[in-house]
Design a protein around this ligand. Structure first.
Ligand code: BV8
Length: 306
């Protein structure tokens, strides 16, 4: 039996640490939105179980079958619009208002942080948004915000017969019952390009696509501010398998530390908030001063950041 970690599920110990913390970074994943009823990607309830992420969230998939990829995103837009921000989103937004030294990095594209009024200068959406559309042509920089659902008549089926629970796959996307490909001419097109020449695509970062350079630079500059180490890194509802997002927590842990601190491994307190956080399992490797809270991200953050 691994030694009991005194910081496991200990809200008072976390509150004591929070009271003396000035620089805080949060890295959020799909588990935060699961508290709002949206499907995650992997693990229990992951929507990818019927499709590999690579089948639907890559430029190659869009090239191969833009209709299937658009049905997938139309369905996720529909579910995200039906969902509401949860206590976790509001707690993070409130923390940002209280503490200008707090930044929130989110892998989520569902717009729930924005709908919770998170201060925009302290929120970095690493993978874009379901509600940004952009021209699929590499030579056109047209992009626009759009909250219509359905986005166009051809995608209306993705917004009906949606399963009650976001963790079931939409019948339209069931690979055992493939749809005939949609006619690309019925999909949304770029209004700036000549008619019917270029499709619009979701304004998200697909696998194999780089994250925005200015965004990555701004995050690196914030993390690496000299002589102002980060005190707390909140790792919320993420499996930590997608890069470069998965690397920020470790970078933040040791940034700004002296050589001696680095040699002794003295860094920020990493706070894991995950449904599957258990002391005997993946969080056994908690470093000195880390915390782990097992439970629903919305509920746990509501208590931790009240
Ligand atoms: C890049 C937007 C370089 C789209 C997403 C092979 C080929 C190509 C690339 C790669 C490759 N191998 C590795 C790579 C790199 C790749 C990568 O990391 N792949 C992984 C799969 C190994 N990364 C990239 O491709 C990135 N780009 O590397 O570019 C480059 C440079 C220059 C030039 C060209 C290229 C781009 C990655 C971005 C991909 N886009 N999203 C969309 O959403 O459709 S990623 C997608 O997964 C989501 O954004 C999601 O956030 C992200 C990570 O998943 P999680 O959020 O962690 O969700 P998950 O389901 O995994 O886990 C949920 C967790 O919550 C679990 O731990 C669960 O226990 C917990 N949980 C569940 N419920 C709750 C809960 N916790 C609390 N409460 C609950 N209620």
């Amino acid at each position: 039996m691994p030694p009991h970690n005194p910081n496991y599920n200990s809200v008072p110990a976390f509150h004591a640490k929070l009271a003396t913390s000035r620089r805080i970074l949060a890295v959020c994943g799909a588990g935060l939105s699961a508290s709002s009823g949206l499907a995650t990607f992997r693990g229990a309830g992951g929507m990818w179980r019927n499709y590999e992420a690579m089948d639907l969230a890559t430029p190659e998939a869009f090239e191969r079958d833009p209709g299937l990829v658009w049905l997938f995103y139309a369905y996720r837009r529909h579910m995200a619009l039906q969902a509401k921000p949860n206590a976790g989103h509001y707690a993070l937004a409130e923390l940002a208002r209280r503490n200008p030294g707090f930044w929130c990095l989110s892998q989520n594209v569902d717009n729930l942080h924005v709908r919770a009024d998170h201060p925009p200068s302290q929120l970095k959406l690493l993978h874009g948004s379901l509600f940004m559309l952009k021209c699929a042509s590499p030579t056109c920089d047209y992009q626009t915000e759009n909250y219509d659902s359905p986005l166009c008549p051809a995608l209306a089926p993705a917004a009906v017969n949606a399963p009650a629970s976001a963790t079931e796959i939409h019948p339209l996307l069931d690979p055992s019952n493939p749809l005939p490909p949609l006619d690309p001419s019925t999909l949304p097109h770029c209004p700036r390009c000549p008619p019917n020449t270029s499709l619009l695509r979701p304004g998200v970062v697909w696998f194999g696509e780089p994250l925005s350079d200015p965004l990555l630079t701004s995050i690196d500059t914030w993390i690496e501010q000299p002589n102002t180490p980060i005190d707390i890194v909140l790792v919320i509802g993420t499996s930590g398998v997608v890069w470069p997002a998965a690397g920020f927590a470790e970078q933040a842990r040791m940034a700004g530390r002296t050589r001696e601190e680095k040699e002794k491994g003295i860094g920020a307190s990493v706070v894991h908030v995950n449904l599957e956080a258990e002391e005997e399992g993946n969080l056994r490797r908690l470093e000195e001063g880390d915390f782990a809270f097992a439970g629903d991200a919305g509920e746990v953050l509501g208590r931790l950041l009240e």
